[in-house]
Ligand binder design. Structure first.
Ligand code: PBG
Length: 310
């Protein structure tokens, strides 16, 4: 009877697996703060995508870790850069059997760790950064991304990317905007995953959202949709379920939520200590994110939950 009257169902169709690929390594590298998640080689990345496709996971979100970082993050649009190489290879291997999403940001590629270029006073230069995002979007689409996902929170980024894609004839490449992205402590393990330390003890509060604000998130979402975003995201997920619900009530576009690295790490740490039942907790939190109103969820739990739901 509970099954019959359940209001929310979590399905493998709701899951997007974030994956890391690192240039210049021979073997996958463990990430201490994200147990079970690794930095892949190009070979192991393809094997992991094959496994996920076999489990029915419909999409992956790719992050690249380049060998060479510079002030502009130029590996982000190098056609031979790590993420472009991965996209080309995966598109060839899987074509449309899995949606290839590419995180579009510069922080993995800059030597100072910011999401944009920094001026001589140490501030991120919003408008100068837009041009670089446009370059990266075209490089990712050209390499085979079905969708690009700008995560840097620069004002006007969706419009700049949409224009650049259209101009380069990638009119069918979709945009998933990380619209309501908070300056959160819960990205901690991700910074280890992509080898990012923000220079001079800096943080991202100049461009990411203040977690005291909710209305502001709706403004960001509306801006991104008006600039041409096909889908929008709220990030992180669990401390922001109210934002997810609010967005769900206000908009009809597809809504994503990102269950981020710190949320995953907390769950794993408690489960490893035997303090909570990890499998049940995973199903509970992901179902709650759907109940709040998300259409799909980016989560490091995708592989294991897909196997549980099977
Ligand atoms: C930026 C980006 C971040 C995450 C996804 N894209 C980090 C940040 O904004 O500092 C975090 C994801 C996670 O914590 O799982 N490229």
């Amino acid at each position: 009877m509970r099954r019959l009257v359940a209001e929310t169902r979590l399905s493998v169709d709701d899951l997007v697996a974030p994956l890391f690929v690192r240039e210049g390594i021979e073997e996958p590298q463990a990430i201490q703060s994200l147990p079970g998640v690794v930095q892949h080689t190009q070979d192991t990345l393809e094997a992991e995508v094959e496994r996920l496709v076999g489990l029915g996971v419909p999409a992956v979100m790719l992050f690249g870790i380049p060998l060479r970082k510079d002030a502009e993050g130029s590996e982000a649009w190098n056609p031979e850069g790590v993420i472009q190489v991965a996209l080309r290879r995966l598109r060839k291997a899987f074509d449309d059997d899995v949606v290839l999403m590419a995180d579009l940001c510069l922080d993995e590629y800059t030597d100072h760790g910011h999401c944009g270029i920094v001026d001589d006073r140490g501030r991120v230069d919003n408008d100068a950064t837009l041009e670089l995002y446009a370059n990266a979007a075209v490089a990712q689409a050209d390499a085979g991304a079905h969708l690009v996902a700008p995560s840097g929170m620069m004002d006007g980024q969706v419009l700049a990317i949409r224009d650049a894609l259209d101009e380069a004839d990638f009119t069918e490449t979709a945009i998933l905007a990380y619209s309501a992205k908070y300056a959160s402590s819960f990205y901690g393990p991700f910074r280890e995953a992509v080898d990012v330390t923000i220079a001079d003890g800096g943080d991202r509060s100049g461009y990411q959202q203040d977690w005291r604000n909710g209305r502001e998130a709706m403004e960001e979402i509306r801006f991104d949709l008006s600039e041409g975003a096909d889908m929008v995201m709220v990030k992180p997920a669990l401390a922001y379920l109210d934002i997810i619900t609010r967005a769900r009530m206000e908009i009809d576009a597809p809504l994503a939520a990102y269950h981020v690295s710190g949320e995953y790490a907390m769950l794993k740490a408690a489960a490893r200590n035997g303090w909570i039942d990890g499998d049940r907790a995973a199903l509970e939190v992901l179902t709650a994110i759907k109940r709040a109103g998300a259409d799909f969820i980016l989560t490091y739990l995708s592989g294991e939950v897909a196997a549980l739901l099977d």
